[in-house]
Design a binder for this molecule. Structure first.
Ligand SMILES: [Zn+2]
Length: 358
C-alpha cells in the first residue's frame, strides 16, 4: 500500500536492471504486452508464466551473472526482457530468469568473498559468506521451479526437453570463443539439443569427467534436467560487449521462452571434447609449462612437459595430444590448475571412453 509499491516499474527490463544494480524490490505480478505474466520469486529471480501455454513446450531456466564481471549474458537477458515488454516475444513456456550475483555485478568482480559457482550443493552451501547465502537462495528457487515444471521431458525433442542454460563469459582467450561445459551427471543430452547448440553459434562442447558443484550441475544432478554452463566469449565491461556473435544465441533464448522449436544445424559445427585428467597443484613449488595467458583449448603434443611440481614431479603428455582448458597456476595447494581434454566423437560425448590421461 505504500508509495514504493505503486511507483515500482511495470516493465520486466526495469525489474532485471534494478536487480543488476543490486536494488531489487518486491512487485505484484505484471502483465506482459504479448501475453503472460511476470512473478516475483525473490531478488533477481523472475518467473514468466504463459497465458496460453504452447502444448508440450518444456520449461527453461536462463541464468546470467553468477560471476559479476561476466556482462555479455546480462545484456542478452536485458534484450530478452525488452522484447517481452514490447510484445515482440510471447511467453509460451514456463521460464525462470535469474540475475545470479547482484552484489558482484555492482562491484564488477567475479565474486566478493568466494566463487559462487563452486557452492551449488546443499552441503557446501552451508557456509556463511554472502555467496553461500546466495547459493542457498538460488537452489531454493530452482527446486521450486523444477518441482512445478520439470515434467517428464521426452529426452528426444529439443522443444520438449527442459533446459537450464547458465550463461558466462571466459576470462581468457579461447580457440573456441563460445563453448558449452556439460556437467557430469546421470542424464544424457539429446542429439537435437546439440544441433540447436550448433545453430546457436556454440563451437565446442567440453564434457566433464567428474562432478563439480556448479549451478548447471545442480539442475542436472538434483533435478535430472539437461543443463549447461555456456561460455559466450570473453569478459568485457557492461555495455562494452559485441553482441553480434551472440545473435543466434539470443534467438535460441527467444525460442525457449516462446515455446517454439529453435533452429537446428548439423553437428559438424561443434567439436566435442571430454576431460580426461586434471592438473593439480600439490606443492608450493609449482609451475605450468606454458604462459599464463595461453588460450583455452590450446593443444600440447606428446612429450611436452605441461607442469612441474616440487612433490609430484613433471607432468608429461603421453599417448596423444591434450587440450588445456581453464589453466591457472596460482591456485591454492591441492586445487585444480587446469583441465586436460581430448576430442571425442560427436555421437555420445558422455559415453565415449576416455583415453589414458597424460
Ligand atoms: Zn563465469
Amino acid at each position: 500500500m505504500d508509495d514504493e509499491t505503486r511507483c515500482s516499474p511495470r516493465r520486466l527490463r526495469d525489474i532485471l536492471s534494478a536487480a543488476m544494480a543490486d536494488r531489487s524490490f518486491r512487485y505484484e505480478p505484471i502483465e506482459l504486452a504479448g501475453g503472460g505474466r511476470v512473478i516475483d520469486r525473490g531478488p533477481g529471480i523472475a518467473e514468466l508464466v504463459p497465458a496460453a501455454p504452447v502444448p508440450d513446450a518444456a520449461a527453461t531456466i536462463i541464468s546470467a551473472g553468477i560471476h559479476g564481471n561476466e556482462t555479455a549474458p546480462l545484456e542478452l537477458l536485458l534484450h530478452l526482457a525488452g522484447d517481452l515488454d514490447d510484445g515482440g516475444i510471447t511467453v509460451g513456456a514456463p521460464t525462470l530468469l535469474i540475475v545470479g550475483h547482484p552484489a558482484s555485478i555492482v562491484a564488477e568482480t567475479r565474486y566478493i568473498e568466494t566463487n559462487l559457482n563452486r557452492l551449488f550443493t546443499r552441503e557446501v552451501a552451508a557456509g556463511n559468506t554472502r555467496e553461500h547465502a546466495r547459493a542457498r537462495e538460488l537452489m531454493d528457487a530452482v527446486d521450486a521451479f523444477w518441482a512445478a515444471h520439470a515434467g517428464p521431458g521426452t529426452g528426444e525433442d529439443q522443444r520438449t526437453t527442459p533446459l537450464h542454460l547458465d550463461m558466462h563469459t571466459a576470462i581468457r582467450e579461447s580457440r573456441y570463443p563460445r563453448f558449452a561445459v556439460e556437467p557430469l551427471a546421470d542424464i544424457e543430452t539429446p542429439a537435437s539439443v546439440w544441433r540447436v547448440m550448433a545453430a546457436a553459434g556454440l563451437q565446442a562442447v567440453l564434457s566433464q569427467h567428474a562432478p563439480s558443484p556448479t549451478f548447471s550441475h545442480y539442475s542436472r544432478a538434483v533435478h535430472h534436467v539437461v543443463a549447461f554452463t555456456l561460455e559466450l566469449g570473453r569478459v568485457a565491461r557492461f555495455g562494452g560487449n559485441d553482441l553480434a556473435p551472440l545473435a543466434s544465441m539470443a534467438d535460441w533464448l527467444a525460442a525457449r521462452v516462446s515455446g517454439q522449436p529453435a533452429a537446428e544445424t548439423p553437428l559438424e559445427a561443434l567439436t566435442f571434447f571430454r576431460v580426461v585428467d586434471e592438473l593439480c597443484r600439490v606443492s608450493e613449488d609449482f609451475s605450468l609449462g606454458f604462459d599464463d595467458d595461453v588460450a583455452n583449448f590450446t593443444a600440447f603434443e606428446v612429450g611436452v612437459v605441461i607442469a612441474r611440481d616440487g612433490e609430484a614431479g613433471e607432468t608429461v603428455v603421453a599417448d596423444a595430444p591434450v587440450y588445456v582448458v581453464f589453466p591457472n597456476a596460482h591456485v591454492e595447494r591441492g586445487a585444480r590448475a587446469a583441465l586436460l581434454a581430448r576430442p571425442v566423437s560427436a555421437s555420445s560425448p558422455q559415453a565415449s571412453g576416455a583415453p589414458s590421461g597424460g
